[in-house]
Design a protein around this ligand. Structure first.
Ligand code: SF4
Length: 240
């Protein structure tokens, strides 16, 4: 049985594997998935710290692995600048964005709908256009209240495998990997952000929860944009 079929206890892995073992496990997961899915394996790179970590791991497995970035009109200018630098270095990263007309301040009145239009729809488009059979994400189970029940290998949408190779990593281990491997990060982290998203929905907070600064003051607080929870394939209509 390969590592993609493992039934290991996630909580046990989070607490019992050391940093080196977690790095080796992540590389093994990506390596096996690349062997199985080849060019239809793609990294979703939000250019946040977890994504640049996973991107670096994937590049160690094969420089040929492709990726996509979903960006929005509301991303901070620092993030856009950082994203452009990464894409200049890695042209195999394709940018997806929605130019749909949306009501003013939809992020305040209906943030779920705003994320659906600006983030989920371009993700679906990326998966379709890039003919993705397996996508790799930087999701981690210790990141916040909504991220505790994911698996390293999932098939939430039929025919689309999601691989979460750093699911068991703690925040400290991500920073450890980035520092040890000299991976460049968005300069906004130096200001105190721990989780980065669109400007109106991202704040600096002293809260323990890593994602507590996301969507403060809405029902979505500390939650998800929807790319990990909404269907991404086989949608009737626009799925919104
Ligand atoms: S994070 Fe905020 S601004 Fe960005 S798409 Fe979601 S609701 Fe809209």
């Amino acid at each position: 049985m390969g590592i993609l079929e493992n039934k290991d206890d996630i909580k046990g892995l989070v607490d019992n594997l050391n940093f080196k073992e977690k790095v080796e496990r992540a590389l093994a997961l990506i390596k096996e998935a690349y062997k199985k899915y080849g060019d239809s394996l793609v990294v979703a790179n939000s250019v946040g710290k977890d994504s640049v970590c996973v991107w670096d791991l994937a590049k160690k497995v094969s420089p040929k692995i492709r990726g996509f970035i979903v960006t929005t009109r509301f991303k901070p200018k620092e993030t856009i600048k950082f994203m452009k630098k990464i894409v200049a270095q890695y042209p195999e990263l394709k940018i997806y964005k929605s130019d749909a007309k949306i009501p003013d301040k939809l992020y305040e009145t209906d943030p779920d709908k705003c994320c659906d239009i600006l983030k989920v729809e371009p993700t679906r488009r990326a998966i379709e256009e890039m003919r993705v059979k397996c996508w790799i994400t930087g999701l981690r189970c210790t990141e916040g209240r909504t991220r505790t029940d994911f698996k390293e290998v999932e098939e939430r949408d039929k025919g689309l495998i999601k691989l979460n190779p750093i699911l068991i990593w703690k925040e400290r281990e991500v920073w450890q990997y980035l520092a040890l491997n000299g991976v460049k990060i968005n300069p906004l982290y130096a200001e105190g952000y721990r989780s980065l998203g669109c400007e109106p929905c991202t704040h600096i907070t002293p809260d323990e929860d890593e994602r507590a600064g996301r969507w403060i003051g809405t029902s979505k607080c500390g939650g998800e944009c929807g790319i990990h929870t909404r269907p991404l394939k086989n949608i009737d209509g626009d799925g919104i």
